[in-house]
Design a protein around this ligand. Structure first.
Ligand code: SAM
Ligand code: SF4
Length: 497
């Protein structure tokens, strides 16, 4: 009983109205539901020449306007759609080249005071057994993730609960960074902890920044106010649409300038949601000069004892899903785009062509599931079910066969290439200069420490090609690069340009 009262008190003090109002424009939000509907109605059709003009703008790595994005969302003509896909692929190549970043999700607990109708962790789901990992258990997870699988990046996922408050978050991040594991030829550790957490206050976000996080993600789930209210009970913290909507404003104020936004597709009309993401990006660019570092677009998946996920009116078909990936790539050309193992292997494969830049692998979303094995993969301790459970080795092999190099580079935030600096590099296509070299160095590390013989063979071929490319494209840097490369080959780790 005492615990219930304490939890209620904790929840009651979370929302800080002044940290919402200060970011609003004369009492108005940057999301205007009827304005979005109007834009989609007014921009139903366009001449092919107008669409081609818009695509040119994307290729110049300029953020599209809401009118332009609405026009793309309404394109149905097959030839035009092909043209859009082709340009999306070109934009991606220009900004990110052939690099794909991999990460693992790490769920540290499933306690949550909220009651989101779609989530297996919701407070009213009494079939879910609840647990929050202690720091020594967190370290055990990391020993497997970085020591056996070879991950260098995580997205650490927190529920909203006093047992996972800001002190728990910073303590767990410290525990994660403290683990270093001996490998075949060197050592391995987690070098970038991205965080998917509930909305925090500015002072809490400063503490996360100090703890050394990479990206801070909060998904709005749906930008549509009515749908938001329908799935997030009003008497919960998450029931406050605006506290969530301005999470990224608070992050920027706290100096966390790599932020990730997202939508849970399937709650509301997908075209409306893409417009919401665009307005969010434009707002952050306008107020802080920095757009979202990443955009995520999970689709609603079935979850244990969560009937809402089963009869969903707004589910997004594979065709529409591919289209929304294409339009996001074209509309916010500089942003990183994340697809997760919620999706099937075939769809993930296609998404890389259309614009996706990051994905997870070897994922387990049960609490303690990496170190405790398959027993924790059962529904009761996880949030939803996965569509692709392949190992990191299998995913990397497939990516290499497709010509993509897996990058474990985590240099960006450690040498100040975040926020405005990274935006400039991305927009001018010069980020690749550093990133290609670091991708090769970290891929070499991973191949030597973790690859299976088949993946090693395919990886070697790819790496030779990449080294040739560095030699011809940036000859000025080649000498220094090869020196770094040889050092990695002889067992030195975590060096970057
Ligand atoms: N508790 C924090 C929050 O809600 O902001 C973060 C963790 S939550 C576990 C991470 C994300 O998982 C949510 O933002 C939501 O988009 C997604 N999610 C929840 N239920 C899902 C489901 N049934 N299928 C797919 N994704 C889901
Ligand atoms: Fe809690 Fe997040 Fe799940 Fe909502 S989505 S119930 S806030 S864990």
């Amino acid at each position: 009983m005492d615990t219930i009262i304490k939890t209620k008190d904790w929840a009651a003090g979370r929302i800080k109205e002044d940290e919402i109002k200060k970011y609003m424009d004369n009492g108005r939000d940057f999301i205007d539901d009827s304005g979005i509907i109007e834009k989609l109605k007014l921009n139903k059709t366009a001449e092919p020449s107008r669409i081609m003009e818009i695509l040119k703008k994307s290729l110049a790595v300029e953020t599209l306007t809401p009118d332009e994005t609405a026009l793309l969302l309404n394109v149905d003509d097959k030839d035009m759609l092909d043209e859009m896909e082709k340009t999306a692929a070109e934009v991606k190549r220009k900004v990110y080249d052939n690099r794909i970043v991999t990460f693992a999700p790490l769920y540290l607990g499933n306690k949550c005071v909220n009651n989101c109708f779609y989530c297996g962790f919701r407070s009213e789901n009494d079939s879910s057994s609840r647990r929050v990992l202690e720091f020594n258990e967190v370290k055990k997870e990391i020993e497997v993730l970085t020591g056996k699988i070879g991950h260098k990046r995580l997205v650490v996922v927190y529920g909203e609960h006093p047992s996972m408050d800001i002190d728990y978050m910073t303590g767990s991040i410290k525990a994660i960074y403290s683990v270093s594991v001996q490998t075949k030829k060197g050592h391995s550790e987690i070098r970038r902890v991205n965080v998917n957490a509930p909305p925090l206050s500015v002072s809490e976000l400063r503490k996360l920044k100090e703890a050394g996080i990479g990206t801070y993600q909060v998904f709005q789930e749906t930008y549509n106010r009515q749908t938001y209210a329908n799935v997030h009970p009003v008497n919960t913290i998450k029931g406050n649409y605006r506290w969530r909507l301005y999470s990224m404003h608070r992050a920027m104020e706290a100096g966390v300038d790599d932020v990730g936004i997202g939508v849970l597709f399937g709650l509301h009309d997908w075209r409306f949601e893409v417009m919401g993401l665009l307005y969010h990006a434009i707002e952050l660019e306008k107020k802080f000069g920095i757009g979202p570092h990443t955009i995520s677009f999970p689709r609603l998946e079935p979850a244990e004892n969560t009937p809402f996920t089963k009869n969903n009116q707004n589910s997004v078909s594979d065709e529409d899903f591919k289209k929304l990936i294409t339009v996001i790539r074209l509309s916010v050309p500089y942003t990183g785009m994340i697809i997760t193992a919620r999706e099937t292997r075939a769809l993930r494969k296609e998404s890389f062509r259309l614009g996706v830049t990051q994905t997870d692998a070897s994922s387990r979303i049960g609490i303690g599931a990496y170190s405790e094995g398959n027993t924790c993969q059962e529904g009761k301790k996880q949030q939803f079910f996965l569509g692709d459970t392949r190992s990191l080795d299998e995913v990397i092999k497939e990516l290499a066969e497709m010509g993509y190099i897996t990058s474990f580079c985590t240099a960006g935030y450690r040498c100040g290439r975040t926020g405005l600096k990274i935006m400039d590099l991305l927009r001018t296509g010069t980020e690749g200069k550093f990133c290609k070299q670091n991708a090769v160095l970290t891929f070499r590390e991973w191949l030597d420490d973790f690859a299976s013989p088949q993946t090693l063979e395919i990886g070697e071929k790819l790496i030779s090609k990449e080294i040739e490319e560095i030699k011809t494209r940036i000859p000025k840097f080649y000498g220094e690069f090869i020196n770094y490369y040889d050092r990695v080959k002889s067992g030195e780790r975590d060096i970057y340009v």
